[in-house]
Design a protein around this ligand. Sequence first.
Ligand SMILES: Cc1cc2nc3c(=O)[nH]c(=O)nc-3n(C[C@H](O)[C@H](O)[C@H](O)COP(=O)(O)OP(=O)(O)OC[C@H]3O[C@@H](n4cnc5c(N)ncnc54)[C@H](O)[C@@H]3O)c2cc1C
Length: 557
Amino acid sequence: MEVRHQVVVVGAGLAGLRAALAAGQAADVAVVSKLYPVRSHSVAAQGGINAAIDERDSLESHAYDTIKGSDYLADQDAVELMCEDAPRVVYEMEHWGTLFSRTPEGRIAQRSFGGQEFPRACYAADKTGRALFQTLFERSLKAGVRVYDEWVVLSLAVADGAVRGLVALDLKTGELHTVAARAVVMATGGLGLMYQRTTNPYSATGDGTAIAYRAGARLKDMEFVQFHPTSLVGTNVLITEGARGEGGILLNARGERFMERYAPRLKDVAPRDIISRAIETEINEGRGLPGGYVHLDIRPLGLDLIRHRLSEIYDFCRTFAGIDPSRELIPVQPAQHYMMGGISTDNEGATSLPGLFAAGEGACVSVHGSNRLGANSLLECLCFGRRAGQAAAAFAARAGEEAFPAAALEEQRERLAAIRKRRQGEHHGVVRRELRGVMTDKVGTFRTGEDLAAAAAELARLQERYRSVALMDTGAVFNADLAAYLELGNSLDLAQAVVACALERQESRGAHARRDFPQRDDQRWLKHLLCRYSLRGPVLEEAPVRITRFTPKERTY
Ligand SMILES: Cc1cc2nc3c(=O)[nH]c(=O)nc-3n(C[C@H](O)[C@H](O)[C@H](O)COP(=O)(O)OP(=O)(O)OC[C@H]3O[C@@H](n4cnc5c(N)ncnc54)[C@H](O)[C@@H]3O)c2cc1C
């Protein structure tokens, strides 16, 4: 099939749908999504979305907390813009129908989240993502936004240095389709599957980020991977920070509230990077529980509050761990959760490749710098999703109607034919398992130059093996084996970018903690690393951090 739209958005999560709605105001727009939209990870978001809507709070305070949380690596103009937009975003979603939890007086309720001096996370129980998503999805259906679902985008079509559309694999039939477009918005979410322990779903393979990278767009801040302190031991299902925001506390094996030692003021609601390292330190120094975990205690909140405001957590604990969190301690450990880095964009979502825009977790504006604060990602998706959609539509209005470059389709056809033909070789599952092991062991909460260099060498070997993988299923209809193989290629390319940037940055900042360079070094490293694709591996460049009015200082909580 060959289709043509003025703007095409890749991804039907919060960022993608918001971009599509905005673009649809001025252009003919379609969404391509490898999942049926409601299966996007945005739907799993639990705890909340930040906005300074209380008169005792302020936009400056939200911006300051975000910038301090970022360890001063965020671009401050982008942060200010997002925080100023936040109340509008929340009220817009409410007017469109999102049912936020309320205070007894009937106002939108807010709870504490890590690293914030004011309880500013608006929430819908512990199902905030689902509530926001439902609203946007209904609205996009009403607006008649066309969605091509279960189409896996494989590549961008680029001619004369500009994007002309994309090539996608239809999972239902195995056919290749082309979507010609004047502008493309990438909104394909996170990349957590490259880690063994992650709160992300199987679909989080960073596809759009990898595709844009290979097509020539720059990536930014790739060394900054967020580890969430509290994932449920066993499945690594997320236990929202909201559980601590409501008053839950962390305990080591001796029953000590250890966060008092690491963040005397904010304690259990310190930022995620600090708590994850604290938990790892407790475990490494022998104060963890056997098998490597600590406890989260939400018993004091009482059954009533837990069932009311943390109902999903209550169910998760019972279903996945067989425990009743109103009477028992929850076993938790850090797990990969979020990617601060992604396709480098300006404040309007434009990338270094003309016609390509990006938004959401797969993009990097950068509003999170080296460490994201909880409840700022849903906000980023809605704020910058809208801006990217608008900018893409404006770009499309200026651009002419160009022919779709036939070579882009041919290239993918040959690539798929080659892998289908290969009869012998190891299975991609083996390569993926090793990739996830390497990333978890060597590119985790604490890093060293030695480990990172070993990881780089291991990844180069895995890339080599990837090239001789063979499929078990060579059929056309719903070939999940083929889709997983293609996704693994994206994970491998992005893993190399993460490791290259992590090796380069010889300091500790936010989520990037180098044991061999334990201090933050503003003299040398108050700057972004950009990453460009080459066949020989990632090529690194630097970019300044944009500072408006918050001077970097020591980060204590
Ligand atoms: C368990 C969990 C809880 C969270 N809770 C919160 C929270 O309370 N507050 C907060 O601010 N943040 C939270 N986050 C983070 C936040 O939810 C995500 O960062 C955000 O939802 C990402 O949205 P997105 O639109 O960028 O991508 P997603 O929602 O992940 O959507 C990605 C889309 O891209 C599509 N796609 C991917 N690859 C392809 C391809 N090759 N071809 C076509 N389509 C493709 C998928 O089909 C999907 O529709 C949480 C994250 C997790 C994992």
